[in-house]
Design a protein around this ligand. Structure first.
Ligand code: COA
Length: 257
């Protein structure tokens, strides 16, 4: 049913596995379309009570948006790409049924943004988080500038956004970016244990808790700023240099124009 996702349903818990292990599960447009459609299934299928999003393989949850799709984008195309990504991640965040990210490795760029759009995050002890877009001459475009700030506070969020540095699972736990860190082989079981508890609660109350907690933050203007910033980066020489350097496996030489 989905080219880029594996799905399974057990005891009301729907496990969605992003399945591009040879590309570190990077989010190309096909994955994004599949994620959009799979969330429709989560919303509509009454047998699904809650969901887990994870990545296939043992190395990566998701290593970001697919950088090869950034080459040669115009400002307008950058805007459409980010808007579509923001909308799909809003669909996850506003899901009436809880969604846990089971982060089994690298969660970088769009991968960190995907994990942050979920209601909770559980990490395996080899997980690494970061927003490395600045290395490409870019900024996050799928909600990362907003959700990182909400989850870990402005000071640390700005440090991670501006340095592009990765943090390990223990640091992510300390910063409250993740709820738990467990050995990789226990990751899905930990997520299922939490969701089994939640699935025994009143479903309407669960939905209303999610909705109310989401409304604690009114970041709509910030998301708009992110769209403008992300798309304006595509008018720069730096983004051409940054993305080409990644694909050519060399260090970028940014000129600030
Ligand atoms: N987009 C496209 N391809 C990606 C990717 C991405 N975000 N992340 C990884 N890949 C690809 C690599 O190009 C490589 O493809 P190849 O085998 O055809 O050359 C493959 O996945 C394996 O990645 P590789 O870099 O060889 O693995 P590694 O273990 O040396 O490094 C990472 C792993 C995650 C540290 C590194 O891949 C990385 O920095 N990825 C990009 C992270 C990023 O900038 N994300 C933000 C995007 S906006």
């Amino acid at each position: 049913m989905y080219n880029t996702l594996l799905t399974s349903l057990e005891n009301g818990i729907f496990t969605i596995t992003i399945n591009r292990p040879d590309k570190m599960n990077a989010l190309n447009q096909e994955v994004m379309n599949d994620l959009n459609n799979v969330m429709d299934e989560v919303y509509k299928n009454t047998e699904i009570k809650s969901a887990i999003i994870t990545g296939s393989g043992e190395k990566a949850f998701v290593a970001g948006a697919d950088i090869s799709e950034f080459s040669g984008l115009s400002q307008q195309q950058g805007m459409s790409l980010a808007k579509k990504g923001q909308d799909i991640f809003f669909k996850i965040e506003n899901s009436p049924k809880p969604v846990i990210a089971a982060v089994n490795g690298f969660a970088l760029g769009g991968g960190c943004e995907l994990a942050m759009a979920c209601h909770m995050r559980i990490a395996s002890d080899n997980a690494k988080f970061g927003q490395p877009e600045v290395n490409l001459g870019l900024i996050p475009g799928y909600g990362g500038t907003q959700r990182l700030t909400m989850l870990i506070g402005k000071g640390k969020a700005i440090e991670l956004l501006l340095t592009g540095n990765m943090i390990d699972a223990a640091t992510a736990l300390q910063l409250e970016l993740v709820n738990y860190v467990v050995p990789q082989e226990q990751l899905l079981n930990k997520a299922k244990e939490i969701l089994t508890t939640i699935n025994s609660k009143a479903p309407i109350a669960v939905t209303k808790c999610i909705n109310a907690a989401n409304h604690a933050f009114t970041g709509i203007k910030g998301y708009e700023q992110e769209l403008f910033g992300f798309s304006e980066c595509f008018t720069t020489e730096d983004v051409k240099e940054g993305t080409a350097a990644f694909l050519e496996k060399r260090k970028p030489d940014f000129k600030g124009k």
